[in-house]
Ligand binder design. Structure first.
Ligand code: WT7
Length: 637
């Protein structure tokens, strides 16, 4: 079964796209009809990009969890909502039907309430990829608390920064998480973070790995004990809090080109409509299919395409706790076969990593259930695209290359599976409601085809971020000030002769490491905290698996007993301050950095050296000390 607002042909796409641009409010008002509201909106859209202020479905009231759960409990209670596949393939998977998930979300929402949580409170969630993570997220949304999910790979310091920034009153975590043959001691990392988080009153702890943990009297409570209290009362049902369309639904922290990560804010109605509309149309989901998004819920991809998009569409979403390469590189294919996965949505970095194992791990696996493949997070190189198409899709499955960002809430540019054409390396065409604009450095729009420039978006769509938590001015400066009346994405882009878009990568000081965003300034701050480090400069360089690798130039005046050892120490510091995902791949000790007379680091030169393009450094005459370039070149790592 398909959805009434699912685009069914290329002609229909063109027609719908034009309507969405010519009559946006009429268009989104009709899409809005397909959701469950407590009160209709008074105005579809109210906006200006100057402040910025964007309000969708203004005046409407709703609860997103009724759209994700209650309405499906009425019509399809026994359809699986979540299929969970554990890290360890010898353990059993778990299926929760819509009825069961609704029950568990209500129960846990009551646990939250019993522990003092209420509408508007911020709750930090630091959990493994288990069904209880989805339950925790939805339970927050049920009572109108704002969730801030922090990826399990972040350090205590990063969690603490995020908790303090949002002034969270509660943490939901687990004793530990499994990750391949490793375990992560989540609770003890939380304990360390909470030393600097006085706003936290309660910590709810799920038992998962069974590792011993410290539980502080009155503050720390076991998930299971709290659930028991609800069970004994037999009053599991929790009515959904009536939310304003523009009430905050969640905060998700992401890195920018300056300072600390910022809390991107999404609100209830617009985000719901966008996550749902893009899920249904991009993947062309049909009722009964199994959708497997391999992202972690700690990132926006997990929020939108494991939880909110699929569940608001009554779909079956598969979530996986482990990693693609453990116990072996056949793990994804085993899951596809075991659960007859129909849609597989993953990242180019995962594809490249699996590609490096050859086709042996795929041999003998039945992948015939797959109808649609997807990629997200970074540009996909043609080699990986063809490998995915031939070996996983058997050349019969459309590949959707979905371009979007934490800030956009859902996909903005992508082909629609089997409906609009794919082109390797191209995200292709904008979704209905999306008006991409390419601009030059001076902000002038570059019209026509076969051109490239900085990618901006002209008009709001329902899923656009509303603010950065606690600092609206930062939101304005970051996204809405570079070019007047446009949302600036930070990406470079080209448009081909047919109007297809190809994203070429970040044009700001943001790296994309295995599809994860890391700000160079944030990373430099972390490295500079290491004792003996005077200054550092970070650039990205092409990396076969990760897409981009991290290259650090470091001025160090401490004592080295051994350079390799110092490098490892610096990596340790980065892991402590940010998390293991931000560890540099290469560190080069230098005696100086190439700076202009005004003291600005010439990153262009450092980038070229890191890339190995040492004979094309361009003009170095404006450097304060041109000789330093020779030293850096000759000691290149
Ligand atoms: C940045 C956003 C969107 C969820 C995952 C990452 C890059 C994302 C693509 C794509 C080329 C892509 C962009 C973007 N990016 N998707 N299909 N092709 N680049 O979310 O951490 O907010 O990062 O990822 O550079 O700006 P994020």
């Amino acid at each position: 079964m398909s959805y009434p607002y699912q685009i069914k042909s290329l002609e229909e796409y063109r027609k719908i796209y034009n309507q969405s641009i010519e009559h946006p409010t009429k268009f989104w008002s009709e899409i809005g009809e397909h959701f469950k509201w407590h009160k209709q909106w008074d105005e579809v859209l109210h906006w200006n990009f100057k402040e910025p202020k964007v309000e969708w479905f203004k005046g409407a009231r709703l609860n997103i969890t009724e759209n994700c759960l209650d309405r499906w409990v009425e019509t399809q209670p026994d359809i699986p909502a979540i299929i969970w596949e554990p890290n360890d393939p010898t353990k059993s998977s778990i299926t929760l039907t819509y009825k069961e998930l609704h029950f568990k979300v209500c129960q846990f929402a009551n646990v939250l309430k019993n522990n003092g949580a209420k509408k508007g409170d911020r709750i930090c969630i630091y959990m493994p990829m288990v069904p209880e993570l989805v339950i925790a997220v939805l339970a927050c949304a049920r009572i109108g608390a704002i969730h801030s999910v922090v990826f399990g790979g972040f350090s205590a310091q990063s969690i603490s920064d995020r908790i303090q920034d949002a002034q969270c009153s509660m943490v939901i975590t687990a004793d530990g998480a499994f990750r391949g043959n490793k375990t992560i001691p989540l609770k003890s990392i939380i304990d360390e973070a909470l030393l600097t988080c006085p706003s936290i009153e309660k910590v709810l702890v799920l038992t998962h790995t069974g590792v011993p943990v410290s539980m502080i009297n009155e503050r720390d409570l076991w998930w299971e004990d709290e659930i028991k209290k609800i069970e004994s009362q037999e009053n599991w049902y929790c009515p959904a809090e009536s939310m304003d369309a523009e009430d905050m639904l969640f905060i998700l922290y992401t890195s920018g080109s300056t300072g600390k990560p910022k809390g991107v804010v999404h609100t209830c109605a617009g985000y719901m409509v966008w996550a749902n509309y893009t899920f249904v149309n991009v993947f062309q989901y049909k009722k009964g299919q199994v959708h497997f998004c391999t992202a972690d819920i700690g990132w926006i991809t997990g929020h939108s395409y494991i939880i909110y998009g699929p569940l608001s569409a009554g779909a079956t979403t598969l979530m996986f706790e482990g990693i693609p390469t453990w116990p072996d590189a056949g793990r994804f294919w085993e899951i596809v076969e075991k659960h007859s996965v129909n849609i597989l949505y993953t990242a180019p970095t995962a594809i490249r990593s699996l590609m490096s194992f050859g086709i042996e791990p795929i041999m003998g696996k039945n992948l015939s259930s797959i109808d649609v493949l997807g990629t997200v997070g970074e540009p996909i190189n043609e080699e990986a695209w063809h490998w995915y198409n031939e070996n996983i899709g058997n050349k019969k499955c459309p590949i959707v290359d979905t371009w979007w960002q934490t800030e956009t809430g859902g996909v903005l540019i992508s082909n629609l599976a089997g409906i609009t054409e794919s082109k390797p390396g191209f995200a292709t065409l904008p979704l209905p409601g999306i008006q991409p604009v390419l601009v030059d450095e001076s902000g002038k729009e570059i019209k026509g085809n076969e051109v490239s420039g900085n990618l901006c978006i002209k008009y709001p769509w329902p899923g656009i971020l509303r603010t950065t938590y606690g600092d609206h001015e930062r939101c304005r400066i970051n996204y809405f000030s570079a070019y007047p009346d446009l949302y600036f994405t930070g990406d470079g882009c080209l448009r081909d002769e047919n109007g297809n878009y190809r994203i070429t990568g970040r044009v700001d000081d943001v790296l994309n490491i295995s599809g994860h965003r890391i700000g160079t300034a944030e990373l430099e701050n972390a490295i500079n905290m290491h004792t003996g480090v005077v200054e550092s400069a970070i650039v990205g360089y092409p990396h076969d698996i990760k897409g981009q690798g991290i290259y650090a130039y470091v001025i160090f005046n401490g004592m080295h007993t051994d350079e390799e050892h110092t490098k490892q120490d610096i990596c340790q510091t980065v892991a402590k301050i940010i998390g293991a995902i931000a560890k540099p791949d290469k560190i080069q000790f230098v005696t100086g950095l190439p700076k202009t007379r005004s003291g600005k680091i010439m990153r262009r030169i450092l980038r070229k050296i890191a890339e190995g393009d040492i004979n094309n450094l361009g003009d170095t005459s404006t450097l304060l000390d041109p000789l330093i370039v020779e030293e850096i070149k000759s000691n290149r790592q």
